[in-house]
Design a protein. Sequence first.
Length: 241
Amino acid sequence: MKLKIASFAAIMLCCSAQASVLVQNSRGDPVDAPAQSVQQSSVQDLKQQSGQWGLSQDDYERYQSLMNGPRGIQSPGLDPLSTLGIEARSQAERCQYAEKWVKEEFARTQKELDFQREVTAAWKRLYPETLAVNMGNAAGIAHDTGGRLALFVKSAGCGQCDARLAAVLADNRPVDIYLVDSQGDDGKLRGWAKDHHIPLDRVRSRQITLNHDGGRWMRFGNGMMPVVLQQGEDGWQLAAF
């Protein structure tokens, strides 16, 4: 009799433990509590991520689906607005995403330009005799480059870089110089500029900016070194120097 009572108690304890981790969904079906918690967290993450880009959750899910396909291989890391615009299902949809992208880019660029102005002012205030390093633009070459040139050079292993630099400086046009192998080292960038006699007054006036490359050469330079680009109606184009 005692054995039967003990067995019954064990069975009831097991059932009680199992019931404690079960809840009911809207249909009254049992749902595992940890699984429901994970699902709720995923929905919350999706809502937050879509909201950051001004998209609906359905739009953001479509973006994720596209990036898990050929587009993700062709354009790894492409932002949601660009992805959805490129893969738009109609002209109206393409126009909608284009407008969203322009608004986002305008806001981002304005913030970066405002900060760059403060960085430039801080350099002049704190280190007036030191070459300033442009903070650059993670998404591409600077946006305020109307009529400017972009010169990509290396500090080592490039016999033609010095000649191309001299030609660009002699032309006396505004230029953004990108040192491809600076590895984000401001000291190396300034040392290179000093060794190549980059005019300090032109750096201070922003006619010349000194920049770390950050992968832009791979994106715009077509594998050439050195390379000079110029902003044209159809985007960045090779310039003859």
